[in-house]
Write a protein that binds this ligand. Structure first.
Ligand SMILES: O=C(O)C1=C[C@@H](OP(=O)(O)O)[C@@H](O)[C@H](O)C1
Ligand SMILES: C=C(OP(=O)(O)O)C(=O)O
Length: 408
């Protein structure tokens, strides 16, 4: 099944293309609220972006945004809200970033602190460490900066991506980190645009010199694929996602290892991944710090396992589109399931969910995860089905066609 392109790869490719010397073509980008918002934010800053359905062309400006002043709306997207202030800060002008109420609640403080430490004039309008914020940019000389990325790796990605645009490059000492595989995506993609980051024991050194434009094919989204892999494991069917194989950049493909431990049959080939449900779904304890976007996928199907499912080390899921630990617990309880949560974990006991209305909290992953679980709980409804637009506007139609094909 052809799942849409990766959100994380599309956002990085847009940043890198905007910063590069020359024109870059992104092939099969994700077309969704997050990535369309990212592209529109680039346009607001004065970058040339042309969007055809299968290819987006970005005209790079190594010197920074064309407009000396801009108001940038980041919608619900943390990639936009965290990556683009770093891009703008390396240019020259006054740039204000705002976002939806949901994104305004999410933290950007550690990134703001690091940019300030590099000499950027950055001010918050309302709450410290939250959008709206304004950057009065006059280029960044670079140097050494400390960063705590234990709430979000996106702070580190933003600085890494902006590093080559700084006159002297950038050394980042990392004092805390989550979602490490996303940093690997960043480093691999920077290499594709001509920049080799040096790894050090305590962080990274990014050389100055800028990026070179390229032709960039976007791989399918591994977090989105998790819904179809989970659905196969839950119903004894087979889901194959082409374009996501052993060479995939995205760490979230490791969700299939969780399904394998639970009893599903998994094959990761050179250019495709296949999951087949076996009728067995075992309970387990799993650390999801590296792949926490797939925590709701697992939590939603967990009641169908033959023993408790305990998901650990996922504190930062509390600062995503919603508090995902509590949202999962709330919805599972509505379905009559016994759940416990702690600061950074959730434990779900086996049970037979009863139909309920799922409270999505405007979170695409809650909506898609509980749609998967609904395969075995007819009568489940969502209070906000439209919130899937953040990463997969066509999810419900696509999922219905998969169900029809599988006869479930
Ligand atoms: O860099 C990225 O593209 C992302 C990093 C992760 O965020 P955190 O680092 O905040 O966990 C992930 O949850 C998000 O969906 C996308
Ligand atoms: C956490 C997510 O998004 P964002 O990029 O806004 O952090 C997500 O897509 O699950």
């Amino acid at each position: 099944m052809a799942v849409p392109g990766s959100k994380s790869v599309t956002a990085r490719a847009l940043f890198l293309a905007a910063a590069a010397d020359g024109a870059t073509v992104l092939r099969r980008p994700l077309v969704s609220d997050d990535t369309e918002g990212f592209a529109e934010a680039l346009t607001a800053l004065g970058y040339g972006v042309e969007r055809e359905p299968e290819a987006w062309t970005v005209h790079g400006r190594p010197q920074g945004p064309a407009h000396p002043q801009a108001d940038v709306y980041c919608r619900d997207a943390a990639t936009t809200a965290r990556f683009l202030p770093a891009l703008a800060a390396a240019g020259t002008g006054t740039y204000r970033f705002d976002a939806s109420a949901q994104m305004r609640r999410r933290p950007v403080g550690p990134l703001g602190d690091a940019l300030r430490a590099l000499g950027v004039d950055l001010t918050y309008e309302d709450a410290d460490g939250h959008l709206p914020l304004t950057v009065r940019a006059g280029g960044i000389k670079g140097g050494t900066v400390d960063l705590d990325a234990s709430l979000s790796s996106q702070f580190l990605t933003a600085l890494l991506l902006a590093g080559p645009l700084m006159a002297e490059g950038l050394r980042i000492r990392v004092t805390g980190i989550v979602s490490v595989p996303y940093v690997e995506i960043t480093l691999a993609m920077m290499r594709r645009f001509g920049v080799e980051v040096i790894r050090e024991a305590d962080g990274f050194t990014v050389p100055p010199g800028g990026y070179t434009a390229t032709d960039y094919p976007i791989e399918p989204d591994a977090s989105t694929a998790s819904y179809f892999f989970a659905a196969a494991a839950l119903t004894g069917r087979t889901a194959t996602v082409p374009g996501l194989g052993a060479d995939a950049l995205q760490g979230d493909l490791a969700f299939v290892d969780v399904l394998r431990r639970m009893g599903a049959e998994v094959q990761v080939g050179a250019d495709a991944t296949t999951v087949t449900g076996t009728g067995r779904l075992s309970g387990l304890t799993v650390n999801m710090r590296d792949i926490s976007d797939t925590m709701p996928t697992l939590a939603a199907i967990a009641p169908f396992a033959d023993g408790p499912v305990r998901i650990e080390d996922v504190y930062n899921t509390r600062v995503k589109e919603c508090d995902r630990l509590e949202a999962c617990a709330q919805n599972l309880r509505r379905q009559g399931i016994d759940v416990a949560t702690g600061r950074d974990w959730i434990e779900i006991r086996p049970g037979t969910p009863v139909p309920a209305e799922i409270a999505c909290h405007g979170d695409h992953r809650i909506a898609m995860s509980f749609s998967v679980a609904a395969l075995r709980t007819p009568g489940t409804t969502l209070d906000d089905p439209g919130c899937v637009k953040k990463t997969f506007p066509g999810f419900h139609g696509f999922f219905a066609s998969v169900r029809e094909q599988w006869g479930v």
